[in-house]
Design a protein around this ligand. Structure first.
Ligand code: DSN
Length: 426
């Protein structure tokens, strides 16, 4: 079993609760032993984990720095001020709120700041790569607001900006959302700004997936174009699980009130401190090299999967993720996910645009390179990973691989990750 890497206190957990200690170490073994290709995950640093595992977790700090409802907040005030200042500086933003507990919490606060129940919100449809909180009927966003979904074009699989404009002119939404969870291409924020201005809507960019690439200067920033930008801190950005909001100064009060007291109580100060650490790390030149490599790896992986007979939706990727259509192979996304998991490769099934299959089956998979790039892998490794996925999915034979073949792929996965391990042992 693995040894922990973030400090001596792990012995306390082992003696107090061996069951949970075993789970923590087994999960570490899983991370170290396989390939993590979930596009929304990363391997956060020991420094971030140390802040997360600190006594800042104990502190109640409802309110904001200098304006708390509890005593004893001097130290956590400093942590939140550092996090906010680092966010403003890194993203060149007028205001930052680092308290949202998650991406969905951040998004709830943005709705609260900009909309009244029933207001129309124009956003990418979930089956075309949008997010649950962008108006899906099963989420608060689809129940309390009136979603107007836009799509990608059937021919190019790119956002249909003409349709976005037509829908905006027809419905006059209060808010327009740009941002997605399974869109591999750059988004034209200037085009969205123009449409928003034409209809008097506010522009909200949900940058959860790609904000880390923005931090690392690998892709253009939405901040100059948007009224408000929300995101999670744990994807390419490589921070703790959590959310964050940036906005123009004129919206600062409304956003802060919408986070606390409207939608959240006490902030998670250990998480706010860990966000500060991640932002410091993301401001480094090393991180910029990392972000560029994430994008290069993603393109190389998409190419390698195409060499295995799969099709990259939209013809490729400009970001950390690729959406892969498996229909040519006669394999569903669900089958591919299960076969890859049996071979030590973790990825997720994903609907592709205009997917004939239901979401729990799906015709595609989504692959992302944040974690493997953190491990130090490069384009040559992506070629190998593409071949391993091809063998696990059954691309060569056109039939389901047997247990022996999956075990053979798992062996090759183990050799690959042993050369560039996650959380290197001391
Ligand atoms: N569930 C996340 C993802 O995997 O993209 C988004 O919230």
């Amino acid at each position: 079993m693995s040894t922990p890497f973030w400090g001596p206190d792990f012995d306390e957990l082992t003696s107090t609760d061996p069951e949970i200690a075993d789970i923590v170490l087994a999960e570490l073994d899983r991370l170290r032993g396989g390939l993590q290709l979930i596009a929304s995950e990363n391997l956060t640093s020991p420094a971030v984990l140390a802040a997360l595992g600190s006594t800042l977790s104990n502190k109640y700090a409802e309110g904001y720095p200098g304006r708390r409802y509890y005593g004893g907040c001097a130290e956590v005030d400093k942590a939140e001020e550092l996090a906010n200042a680092r966010a403003r500086e890194l993203f060149v933003a007028e205001h930052a709120n680092t308290q949202p507990h998650s991406g969905a919490s951040a998004n709830l606060a943005v709705y609260a700041a900009f909309c009244q129940p029933g207001d129309k919100v124009l956003a990418m449809s979930l089956p075309h790569g949008g997010h649950l909180t962008h108006g899906a009927k099963v989420s608060f966003s689809g129940k309390w607001f009136t979603p107007v979904p836009y799509s990608v074009r059937e021919d190019s699989e790119l956002i249909d900006y003409d349709q976005v404009r037509e829908l905006a002119l027809e419905h006059r939404p209060k808010l327009i959302i740009a941002g997605a969870t399974a869109y591999p291409r750059l988004i034209d924020f200037a085009a969205f700004r123009e449409i928003a201005d034409e209809v008097g809507a506010a522009l909200w960019v949900d940058a959860a997936h790609f904000i880390g690439l923005v931090a690392g200067k690998a892709i253009p920033s939405p901040v100059p174009h948007a009224d408000v930008v929300s995101f999670t801190t744990h994807k390419v950005l490589r921070g703790p699980r959590g959310g964050m909001i940036l906005c123009r100064g004129e919206h600062a009060k409304a956003i802060d009130k919408a986070v606390f007291p409207f939608s959240q109580g006490g902030p998670l100060m250990h998480s706010v401190a860990a966000k500060a650490v991640a932002l410091k790390e993301a401001a480094s030149t090393d991180y910029q090299a990392y972000a560029a490599q994430v994008v290069a790896n993603s393109a190389a992986l998409a190419k390698s999967l195409e060499d295995e007979g799969m099709r990259a939706v939209s013809g490729g990727t400009d970001t950390h993720l690729a959406l892969i259509d498996l229909q040519r192979l006669g394999v569903t996304g669900a089958e591919a996910e299960a076969r890859c998991e049996a071979a030590g490769i973790t990825l997720n099934k994903n609907a592709i645009p205009y997917d004939p299959a239901p979401p729990m089956t799906a015709s595609g998979i989504r692959v992302g390179t944040p974690s493997v790039t953190t491990q130090g892998m490069t384009e040559a490794d992506m070629g190998e990973i593409g071949r391993l996925i091809g063998r696990a999915v059954g691309a060569e034979r056109g039939s389901q691989p047997g247990d022996a073949e999956l075990a053979s792929v798992a062996g090759d996965v183990s050799r690959l990750v042993a050369a560039k391990p996650a959380y290197r042992r001391a």
